[in-house]
Design a protein around this ligand. Structure first.
Ligand code: B4P
Length: 206
């Protein structure tokens, strides 16, 4: 396995705050590489042991165990490097959905160099619930379909994921308002990440 620490920006926030939405847009901009662990898990064959393990947790609104998650993430990253899809010398890695527990954050310290944590914040749970329930109609995601599961995901976020913010120095954390249209939120996100890309990848982009 490569010993390069990937230069990364963490997209952080409760379910429904727009991590995946914004990450997917940024991933289309040259020089950014978007990796969503939710997408990584959903890409597993549902009939495989790994796929069944994921569904066992996600359908209850729970997080997948840390060891399994980080091991799968590391393998996935290595495959992306080996295939040439992700090149750490030119791509700023946008990590969406990981680390999601304090333990994951510790396990990943030797693998990533965190340049910024973009905290998409929204104080109104009802807006998040509304967004996820609406998505259920088009995505077919079982973890969006039931309101009690969506609410459990918000509780799990507060109990297990929000403490991850304390793992990083306060100077690394950028508060970004997640309320507003996707384009407005994108504008907020870009104001944070564009200067980081320019600072760290100026030569690669020239
Ligand atoms: P994720 O796929 O990460 O699901 P999510 O938290 O709901 O966020 P997502 O990024 O997809 O949604 P977004 O807010 O962009 O995780 C799914 C499951 O995988 C987890 O519950 C867990 O079981 C497992 N998992 C993943 N990573 C893990 C880890 N590290 N450790 C353990 N388990 C892990 O979008 C939501 C909706 O809002 C969309 O429909 C979108 O169109 C809409 N929307 C977005 N922005 C909007 C805006 N500004 N206005 C209106 N609507 C908006």
């Amino acid at each position: 396995m490569s010993d390069v620490r990937y230069k990364s920006v963490l997209f952080f926030g409760a379910p429904g705050t727009g991590k995946g939405t914004q990450g997917a847009i940024l991933g289309r901009v040259p020089g950014f590489f978007h990796l969503s662990t939710g997408d990584m898990f959903r890409g597993l064959d549902k009939e495989s042991d790994l796929g069944k393990e994921f569904l066992k947790y996600s359908t209850q609104g729970l997080l997948v165990p840390d060891e399994f998650t980080v091991r799968l993430w590391e393998q996935h990253m290595q495959e992306l490097v080996d295939s040439g899809d992700f090149d750490p010398s030119i791509h700023l890695l946008i990590l969406d959905g990981i680390p999601r527990t304090v333990q994951q954050a510790g396990m990943m310290d030797s693998r990533i160099e965190v340049l910024k944590v973009v905290h998409l914040s929204c104080s109104d749970d009802e807006q998040m619930v509304d967004r996820l329930i609406k998505r259920a109609k088009s995505s077919g995601r079982p973890d969006d379909a039931k309101e009690d599961v969506v609410r459990r995901r918000l509780e799990v976020y507060r109990a297990e994921t929000k403490p991850v913010l304390d793992h990083y120095s306060s100077g690394l954390i950028a508060e970004v308002n997640a309320i507003g249209s996707p384009a407005q939120v994108l504008s907020n996100v870009l104001s944070v990440v564009a200067p980081i890309q320019a600072e760290h990848f100026a030569n690669a982009l020239a």
